[in-house]
Design a protein around this ligand. Structure first.
Ligand code: UDP
Length: 343
C-alpha cells in the first residue's frame, strides 16, 4: 500500500482529489491568508518560502493541517527535485514570492530582480510541466509614478529603470512579460494580478510599510513617521478582499492575456491615513517628518473596472473596519513579543 504523506488528501465531498496548489511566498503577509483560504476550500497546499521577509509564525495556525505542507526554498534557485516530481498532481501555481516593502526589497536589489525574473521562470516551468494554471502577483508599481490617474491596466506606466525601486518595478514588469509569453505560446494558462497597497493581520511589524509603521509606532508610543509632507496618496485594500480577488482571478474562465488590477479605489493622503490611526489608537505620540524616498509615487489609485466586469469582484471591507482589525492584531503581536524581548 502506498505510504500516506502529509500531502495526501483526506476523505470528504468538498475535496477535489487533484487540487494541489503550490503557493510560493505562502509564509508572507498575503500568501499566508491565501494558504488558509485554499485549505478552507478543501484543497491542498504546498507552501514554498525562503523566509527572507516572511515569517514562519504566519503559518502557525496551519502547522499540522493534513493538507498543508511547508518547503523552505528560494525560488531564484532551481526548484527542488521533490517538487518537480510532484508535477502530475499540481493544478495551480501561485507566485507571491518577493519582498514587497521598499526598504526591504532594496536591501538586496540583485536578489529582488532574480526572484522576480528567474524565480518566476522556474515556477512557470513547473506550471507548464504540471499543465497547471499559473498566477503571478504583479504590482501597482508597474505604473511607477503615474501620470494617468486612476491607473487602468492599459496604462503603460512611468517607471525609472535606473532608480532604487527599479529592482522591484522592472523585475515585476519582466515577470509579467515572461508570464504573458508563456501564455501566448500556449505553454501554460496565466493570470496576472496587479496588487495595490494591501494591509491587515500578518503584516510584518518591522517591514517599513506605512500602515504597519504608523500603527506600531502609535501602539508603542514612538514618534509617528511621515515621509515628505504626507500629501502623497495611496488606496488601501484589506487583505481578505485581496485574497478573494486573487482566488476569483485564478478560477475565472477568462482570457488570461490581460492583467487585472486588484485594490481598493478608496484613495487618501498619507496624512489622512495618519488621522485614522491617531483616532483609532488615541496615541499622544509626536508626528515627525522624514525625507520622501527617491521615486516615491505621488498618487496611486486603482481603476478596478476590469476586475468588476470579469470577476464580479469589488472590495467590501471599509477602511475603519480593516484598520481596527489590523490594530487589534498588531497589539496582540507586540504584547506577545514583549516577554521574549525582555527575557
Ligand atoms: N510612508 C510614510 N511613513 C512611513 C512609511 C511610509 O509616510 O513610515 C509613505 C511612503 O513614503 C509612501 C506611502 O507612505 O508615500 C506608502 O508607503 P509604503 O511603503 O507603505 O508603500 P508603497 O510606497 O510601496 O506604496
Amino acid at each position: 500500500m502506498r505510504k500516506q504523506t502529509d500531502l495526501d488528501h483526506g476523505p470528504g465531498p468538498t475535496i477535489r482529489p487533484l487540487a494541489l496548489n503550490v503557493v510560493a511566498g505562502g509564509a508572507g503577509f498575503i500568501g499566508s491568508h491565501l494558504c488558509r483560504a485554499l485549505l478552507e476550500k478543501g484543497e491542498s497546499v504546498l507552501c514554498l518560502d525562503n523566509l527572507q521577509t516572511s515569517r514562519a509564525s504566519n503559518l502557525r495556525a496551519l502547522e499540522g493541517h493534513p493538507r498543508f505542507r511547508f518547503m523552505r526554498h528560494d525560488i531564484s534557485q532551481p526548484l527542488p527535485a521533490e517538487l518537480t516530481r510532484m508535477a502530475p498532481r499540481i493544478t495551480r501555481v501561485w507566485n507571491l514570492a518577493c519582498a514587497a516593502s521598499p526598504p526591504l526589497y532594496q536591501q538586496n536589489p540583485e536578489h529582488t530582480m532574480m526572484t522576480n525574473v528567474v524565480g518566476t521562470n522556474h515556477l512557470l516551468h513547473l506550471a507548464e510541466a504540471a499543465k497547471a494554471r499559473f498566477l503571478l502577483t504583479s504590482t501597482s508599481e508597474v505604473y511607477g509614478d503615474p501620470e494617468i490617474h486612476p491607473q487602468a491596466e492599459d496604462y503603460r506606466g512611468h517607471v525609472s529603470c535606473t532608480g532604487p525601486r527599479a529592482c522591484y518595478d522592472e523585475g515585476k514588469r519582466a515577470a509579467e512579460a515572461l508570464a504573458f509569453d508563456y501564455g501566448r505560446a500556449g505553454r501554460t494558462q496565466v493570470r496576472v494580478a496587479r496588487i495595490f497597497n494591501t494591509y491587515g493581520p500578518n503584516m510584518d511589524p518591522n517591514d517599513g510599510r506605512v500602515v504597519s509603521n504608523l500603527i506600531c509606532q502609535a501602539l508603542r508610543g514612538d514618534e509617528l513617521t511621515i515621509y515628505g509632507d504626507g500629501s502623497q496618496t495611496r488606496s488601501f485594500c484589506y487583505v481578505s478582499d485581496m485574497v478573494a480577488g486573487l482566488m476569483a482571478l485564478m478560477e475565472a474562465d477568462i482570457d488570461g492575456s490581460d492583467p487585472v488590477n486588484l485594490g481598493n479605489p478608496d484613495e487618501m493622503t498619507v496624512n489622512e491615513l495618519l488621522g485614522h490611526v491617531l483616532a483609532l489608537t488615541g496615541t499622544a505620540a509626536r508626528v515627525v517628518h522624514r525625507p520622501l524616498p527617491v521615486d516615491d509615487p505621488r498618487r496611486r489609485r486603482p481603476d478596478i473596472s476590469r476586475a468588476n466586469e470579469v470577476l464580479g469582484w469589488a472590495p467590501k471591507v471599509p477602511l475603519a473596519e480593516g484598520l481596527e482589525a489590523t490594530c487589534a492584531w498588531f497589539a496582540a503581536e507586540l504584547a506577545a513579543a514583549k516577554p521574549a524581548a525582555a527575557g
